[in-house]
Design a protein around this ligand. Structure first.
Ligand code: P6P
Length: 335
C-alpha cells in the first residue's frame, strides 16, 4: 500500500525512477540514467513504428527521406536508434543485439553496465500492423571500468541481471520493467511524450485459462506437450497466439496464461534466444509471481555458453508451468 502511495498512478517515469533510486542509499544514479536512456529509445522507436505504414506512401505525405534512401527495415532502424540512445547516454559500455553477431562497443568504457537486447522482436508482424516489442536485459559489468567489455560481461547468467523489461508497441505503447523489486508498467502519452505509471505492482494470476503456442508444430511437439495442450482443450481453455512474443507475454502477464515455445524439428533447442528474450522475460515473470522453465530447469538458472543460444520456454502462471513440467517429467521417467 505504501508503495502505491509513494508512487501514485499517473506519476511520470522520471519521478518514479528518482523515488525508487532514493530508496537505495548507495544508488549512484547510473542505473537510473540507463533506464531513462532505454525509455528514450522506446519513444523514438515508437515514433518510427507508428510511421511504418506510411513509409511506402511517404512521397504522398511529403516526408520522403530527403536522401531518397531506401527505407531500412524497421528492426534495423530500431537497432540503430537503440544503440545511438545508449551511446549518447554514456552508462552502457557495450551492447549485445539480436541484430548483430558480436558485441557492439559504445565507446563509453567508463560505463558500468552492459545491455543485451532484441530491438524489435516480431518484426515480421510490422507489415501486417500487429503489436511488436523491444526486449532488454541489463547487467553490471564484471570487467574493470575503463577497459573494453568482454564476453564475460554478457555471459553472467540470468540471475545476475540487475534490470530487465520490454516496450510493447500495441494499441497503446507500454514500458514494463523490473530492477528486482517487483514489476511496474508505464503507459506512453504521445501528445506529451511521457511514460506515466499505470500499473505500480504487476502480479500474474497464479493460474490461467489461456495457452499461447503455434499449433502448426503440433506433430513436432514432444508427446508431453501435446498431452498438456489436449488437457487445456478438454478444460475449454482459450488458445491465444499473436505470433509476437511481447504481445503474447504481456496479455498472459495481466490475465494469467502460459506461453510455450517447445523444441521442434526445425528448432530442436527452441526458437527463442536466451540472453535477450528468455532471460529478461523470465526475470519479469518471477518478479511478478510466475515461472519460466526450459523443460529441464528454471530459465534463469541456465548456464549461458554463447551469445545467440536458444532455449525452449514455458512461461506464465505458476500453476500452468508446474503442470507442463509435471507432465514432461512423467514422460521423461516413463521413457
Ligand atoms: P513462430 C517472432 O518471430 C518470434 O520471435 C516471437 O515474437 C514469436 O512469439 C515467435 O517468434 C513466433 O514464432 O515459429 O510461431 O512463427
Amino acid at each position: 500500500q505504501e508503495n502505491v502511495l509513494a508512487n501514485p498512478v499517473g506519476t511520470t517515469l522520471d519521478r518514479y525512477i528518482m523515488r525508487k533510486q532514493s530508496e537505495f542509499p548507495f544508488a549512484t544514479g547510473e542505473l537510473s540514467q540507463l533506464l531513462r536512456d532505454i525509455a528514450l529509445a522506446g519513444k523514438i522507436i515508437n515514433r518510427e513504428v507508428n510511421r511504418a505504414g506510411l513509409i511506402d506512401i511517404a512521397g504522398a505525405f511529403g516526408n520522403q527521406n530527403i536522401q531518397g534512401e531506401q527505407q531500412q527495415k524497421l528492426d534495423v532502424v530500431a537497432n540503430i536508434r537503440f544503440i545511438r540512445a545508449l551511446k549518447n547516454g554514456g552508462q552502457a559500455c557495450a551492447i549485445l543485439s539480436e541484430e548483430e553477431d558480436d558485441i557492439i562497443y559504445t565507446g563509453n568504457d567508463q560505463g558500468k553496465y552492459v545491455v543485451a537486447m532484441d530491438p524489435l522482436d516480431g518484426s515480421s508482424n510490422i507489415d501486417v500492423n500487429v503489436s511488436i516489442g523491444t526486449i532488454f536485459s541489463i547487467y553490471r559489468r564484471v570487467t574493470p571500468v575503463g577497459t573494453q567489455a568482454t564476453r564475460e560481461d554478457f555471459l553472467q547468467g540470468g540471475r545476475k541481471q540487475v534490470a530487465a523489461g520490454y516496450v510493447l508497441y500495441g494499441s497503446s505503447t507500454m514500458l514494463v520493467y523490473t530492477t528486482g523489486h517487483g514489476v511496474a508498467g508505464f503507459t506512453y502519452e504521445n501528445s506529451l511524450g511521457e511514460f506515466f505509471l499505470s500499473h505500480p505492482e504487476i502480479r500474474i494470476p497464479q493460474d490461467g485459462a489461456t495457452f499461447s503456442c503455434n499449433e502448426g508444430y503440433w506433430y513436432q511437439y514432444p508427446e508431453s506437450i501435446r498431452a498438456y495442450l489436449t488437457t487445456c482443450k478438454q478444460r475449454g481453455y482459450s488458445g491465444r497466439y499473436i505470433g509476437s512474443l511481447v504481445a503474447d507475454f504481456h496479455r498472459n502477464l495481466f490475465k494469467g496464461g502460459i506461453y510455450l515455445y517447445p523444441p521442434t524439428e526445425k528448432t530442436p533447442e527452441g526458437k527463442l534466444r536466451l540472453l535477450y528474450e528468455c532471460y529478461p522475460l523470465a526475470l519479469l515473470i518471477e518478479q511478478a509471481g510466475g515461472q519460466a522453465q526450459s523443460g529441464h530447469e528454471a530459465i534463469l538458472d541456465i548456464e549461458p555458453v554463447y551469445f545467440h543460444q536458444r532455449c525452449p520456454i514455458y512461461v506464465g502462471s505458476t500453476d500452468m508451468v508446474k503442470e507442463v513440467l509435471s507432465l514432461a517429467n512423467a514422460a521423461h521417467e516413463a521413457a
